[in-house]
Design a protein around this ligand. Structure first.
Ligand SMILES: Cc1cn([C@H]2C[C@H](O)[C@@H](COP(=O)(O)OP(=O)(O)O[C@H]3O[C@H](C)C(=O)[C@H](O)[C@H]3O)O2)c(=O)[nH]c1=O
Length: 184
């Protein structure tokens, strides 16, 4: 398994080995021993999948507050995304900083986003599907967001980002509004 530690502490990309043959390929998308060794801490209690039909669909930036805060392991099963995580941890030297990485179905890289981050993505091609594991169940009462295009975040979205956006995501609060939802 290839592992890449990103510039913000706790964020990790992993690429499980693909076994190709004349039929196609096989990959272990989750292996408790290998993923844990890479610093990905479950246990995972829910699997999610979403399809976004239009290039430039933005979903996010979302997080859940404690005690329903979620770690997320994201992978693309069709298409390509710019995947973004914003550090919201109180006292973190990288508070308000982000990583933005491209994930696609062909390459097979996965992004681990631990508790303490807002997460979202923009689809880079039509009909993009993602699958992701989370470490806490969905809790609408704890569901919160951060405005995807808050200038204070400086996220390098593609020019077509926001072609499709939920009403909820179009009116999320800014970083200045939300402060530090994850106390040290
Ligand atoms: C997240 C979630 C949603 N839902 C229901 C609630 C709504 O009726 C519907 C769509 O929810 P939402 O618009 O929040 O879906 P996304 O915009 O894809 O949200 C996700 O987008 C970004 C990328 C994230 O990181 C989060 O995992 C998640 O918030 O699914 C559920 O029933 N369970 C769930 O876990």
């Amino acid at each position: 398994m290839d592992v890449k530690r990103l510039d913000i502490d706790g964020l990790v990309m992993v690429k499980p080995r693909r076994f190709g043959d004349e039929r196609g390929w096989f990959v272990e998308t989750w292996n408790d021993e290998k993923h844990t060794a890479a610093g990905i801490t479950g246990p995972f209690v829910q699997d999610n999948q979403s399809l976004s039909r239009i290039q430039g669909t933005v979903r996010g930036l979302h997080f859940q507050l404690a005690p329903a805060a979620q770690g997320k392991l994201i992978r693309v099963i069709r298409g390509r995304i710019l995947d973004v995580a914003v550090d919201l941890r109180q006292g973190s030297p990288t508070y308000g900083h982000h990583v933005a990485v491209e994930l696609d179905a062909e390459e097979g890289w996965q992004l681990w986003v631990p508790v303490g981050f807002a997460h979202g993505f923009c689809t880079l091609v039509p009909d993009t599907e993602i699958a992701y594991k989370v470490t806490a169940l969905y809790s609408p009462a704890h569901d919160r967001g951060l405005l995807w295009n808050d200038p204070a975040l400086g996220i390098p979205w593609p020019e077509f980002a926001g072609a499709v956006l939920s009403d909820k995501d179009g009116k999320q609060p800014t970083l200045a509004d939300i402060g530090t939802p994850f106390p040290a």
